[in-house]
Design a protein around this ligand. Sequence first.
Ligand code: KE4
Length: 429
Amino acid sequence: MYERSQQLFEASQRVIPGGVNSPVRAFRAVGGTPIFFREGKGAWLVDVDGNRYIDYVGSWGPAILGHAHPEVLAEIAAAASRGLSFGAPTELELEMAELITRSLPSIEQVRLVSSGTEAVMSALRLARGFTGRSLIVKFEGCYHGHSDFLLVKAGSGALTFGNPTSAGVPPELTSKTLVLDYNDPQQAEDAFRRYGAEIAAVVLEPVAGNMNFIRPSQDFVETLRRLCTEHGAVLIFDEVMTGFRVGPQGAQGVFGIRPDLTTLGKVIGGGMPVGAFGGRRDIMAKLAPVGPVYQAGTLSGNPVAVTAGLATLKRVLAPGFFEALSATTSALAEGLVREAGQAGVAFSAASLGGMFGIFFRATAPATFAQVMESDKEAFNRFFHAMLRRGVYLAPSAFEAGFVSAAHGTAEIEATLAAAREAFGESRAA
Ligand code: KE4
């Protein structure tokens, strides 16, 4: 069934660390051989052995229209025929900046980059430059790309500074990063009471999608907004995953919070490398070449990648797009809960817009600790049972899932039919 993937994986491991170009793709969380894909079309992927799958990873968020959208491909081809990159301004970048600032009122000015990591790294440098302070607050379970000072786990106790989660990161680089608990407003209050004058920025995923799927409480996000305002810290919404994914104005539109800076990625490139950071004009004015905070990039605003992003966003922002996408995602989540109930499996699900989480625990978690109580082994058995039945879920119990506009009733019904059997196989032997 997976012979060609196995051959390619063996060969890849000889020349690429772990055989992959990003660790989560290696299937180490779920076991087995990663699937090598040949092509995607709409909601479907085809692997190198010819097996077809309904895709709920969507390249970890970008493929919101479905794969290989014909009109998007045509626009990309036309852009490519005019040259791939000039390292100079283009009208396309202006069009993208105007679309982003029009769609997200909190973003008065925006800078394009080539990845989410780059967007968050740059936004935090800018926040430190703007405030003249050093401390960064992040939340356990949130992932913001692989910048050194963000690869950090909570210190030994609450309100203690972070320790590196990765080799190669000197402790002094995480010594200015404070790791708090997501959805704990009181802890945030305590941190500001103790360090308020030194905190440059608070950065969070305004819907957490890297510890599976956790919505913030309204109290949590409102508390962070108030504390940052009171203490002159920069509130950064990392919307790399949620931007144009959970709604037309991202999570900031859902929760009615105006962050000072926002980072974006994934959907705004439609599958090609585009990231962005932006926000208050007085903060962005500190950015080179206008201000003293340096940031740069050879392929920032690349015209072909920006074309892919514009072609995607134009369709994502069309009237009714998110109503339809949310309805499909809810039908999937509710259907899975129904099937698990009939199979007598402890299971829960949550969703927002085109993003969802599934949990092998009776109730949907609201904290990192509760996510960690999920039955990871049951998920792994369910993952492979679904894979064998042609459904490709995120290969980790701690990742969110994604639905595209190309997922229709047929795909949802086929997924639920596969789940009906797969839940039975999710039980320990
Ligand atoms: P990239 O550098 O991977 O474009 O973006 C980093 C990033 C920043 N912020 C958030 C909220 C993110 O979710 C991400 C990247 N998300 C992961 C999915 N868990 C990308 C998949 C991967 O690492 O291969």
